[in-house]
Design a protein around this ligand. Structure first.
Ligand code: ATP
Length: 473
């Protein structure tokens, strides 16, 4: 069957992705039956598979393929002293303004950015207020369009809990971590000593982070609860920048390896660095609204370990066995969000074309990342001998390829469309020829073409098509 390419068009793409995500079990707004809960999303049966595949790819690249990086799973709750030492209790804030007409809250730096004015995160409340006022005639409320705002106030993003607070006294609250890397810094000595590592080495972690974002937006792009994939690489100060360049290149290649088209990626260099940083770049992805941050790759000097050393009163240095010198390692990091990557992958994979005179929507994920690898169908539901054979083939395949699904609901065309929409790369159909000559049809998602394959070669052929490319990367 011939497939004609159709321009997907960027207009409305985000709405299409959000609707597909909900309709086909990728992501749902949190607490929906209770009217929702802003800035939080739940991932459905296919969303969790996609997320797990992306995390596995990251862990493979950052831990298994490296001899110099180890994994960690630190707790979400930590001593409040950590957030004090890292500067988060004072400095981890966004500038908030409220529209006096409709009460919508926005980030002042983002509103300024929209009119081409750059507000630095280092700026004080008074400084941002001044530039906000200077530009107030050009800034509109994103909700109601009015230009009547309150003063800018800095708002701390750390999420507080009442863990262990049974007396309601005024003691410092315990926070839900605002970023996963602090768990890595405070375990630097434990990992170094228990694993007998030598510089340079890295510690990688995937886990939840929480931020009281003022205006969570763009679906799962900016949430209040999200997952981070972070790798902190500890270096000799002399080789920090050389290692930094290597990490940038490594992460760029890892993005391409996900199947992202290079034209949809770009480097953004930070113009105003925080005082301790040597260099900072973000990898931006061309989201439906334009290029925006996907992952940060930063050279942080020795700031983090120095702060914690001061905070806890213990040496967090490194003894170089060759020179006999002690120093605090410098850190380079790569830090990305799982949900942002899920959204980037959905945007990258989303495609429409025309098949048999009808528009079809499909997700052209690289097979190893697809939430479902194979779908098995009996051609007709009401022919017991076909259903029995299809079940048999399904159960055999399931031993080797996961996850796969069985579907005998509706006509075969509809079943193909359902699989296309969730990005299943291969559909196997059992028909009357299967009973005669032990062959099945395998349909390719992207081309729609079907090929007859011997049942005893089916598993190895599919495995090669799904996982073969992984071995090459
Ligand atoms: P932004 O400028 O977009 O607020 P950031 O620079 O504060 O992000 P970092 O603190 O460097 O972000 O966090 C590292 C990564 O974590 C980001 O590149 C992003 O992928 C992810 N991330 C940060 N905040 C959020 C969020 N609220 N929701 C989802 N992912 C996030």
């Amino acid at each position: 069957m011939e497939i004609k390419k159709k321009e997907t068009g960027e207009a409305g793409k985000m709405e299409k992705i959000i609707s597909l995500a909900k309709r086909r079990g990728f992501a749902y707004p949190s607490s929906e039956i209770y009217g929702g809960f802003a800035g939080v999303y739940d991932f459905g049966p296919y969303g969790v598979e996609l997320k797990n595949n992306l995390k596995a790819q990251w862990w493979g690249k950052m831990v298994y393929e490296r001899d110099d990086i180890v994994g960690l799973d630190s707790a979400i709750f930590m001593s409040p002293k950590i957030w004090e030492a890292s500067g988060h209790t004072k400095g981890f804030s966004d500038p908030l303004v409220e529209c006096k007409e409709c009460n919508a809250r926005s980030r002042a730096d983002k509103l300024l950015e929209e009119v081409g004015v750059f507000a630095d995160e280092k700026m004080s409340e008074a400084e941002i207020n001044k530039i906000f006022k200077e530009n107030k005639d050009r800034i509109k409320c994103p909700k109601c369009g009015n230009k009547n705002f309150t003063d800018v106030k800095k708002f701390n993003l750390l999420v507080k809990s009442n863990l262990g607070d049974f007396t309601n006294d005024k003691s410092e609250p315990v926070y839900l971590r605002g970023e996963t890397c602090q768990g890595i810094y405070v375990n630097y000595k434990n990992v170094l000593d228990s694993m007998r590592l030598k510089l340079p080495f890295g510690i990688a972690q995937i886990g939840k982070a929480f931020r009281n974002e003022i205006s969570p937006r763009q679906f799962i792009f900016r949430g209040r609860e999200f997952e981070q994939m972070e790798m902190q690489y500890f270096t000799d100060p002399k080789s920090e920048m050389e290692e930094y360049e290597k990490l940038r290149e490594y992460r760029w290649k890892a993005m391409l390896d996900l199947g992202i088209d290079e034209k949809n990626l770009k480097w953004k260099k930070h113009k105003n660095l925080v005082f301790y940083a040597k260099e900072a770049y973000d990898i931006e992805y061309n989201f439906p609204w334009g290029f925006d941050e996907l992952e940060g790759i930063h050279a942080r000097g020795n700031y983090d370990l120095t702060q914690h050393s001061k905070g806890c009163g213990k040496e967090l240095d490194y003894l170089d066995a060759e020179s006999g010198k002690r120093f605090i390692p410098h850190i380079i990091e790569s830090s990305g969000g799982v949900e942002r990557l899920v959204l980037a992958m959905l945007a990258e994979a989303y495609a429409e074309d025309e098949l048999g005179g009808e528009t079809r929507v499909f997700l052209k994920f690289k097979p190893s990342l697809a939430p479902v690898k194979v779908a098995v169908f009996p051609l007709l539901k009401n022919k017991p001998e076909l259903v029995k054979k299809a079940q048999e083939i399904y159960r055999e395949l399931k031993k080797e390829i996961r996850p796969i699904i069985f579907d005998d609901n509706g006509n075969i065309g509809k079943r193909y469309r359902r699989q296309d929409e969730i990005g299943t790369p291969f559909c196997v159909t059992i028909d009357f020829d299967t009973l005669e000559n032990s062959t099945v049809t395998v349909r390719d998602r992207d081309t729609g073409k079907q090929e007859r394959v011997k049942t005893d070669e089916l598993a190895s052929l599919l495995k090669h098509s799904i996982y073969g490319e992984r071995n090459k990367s």
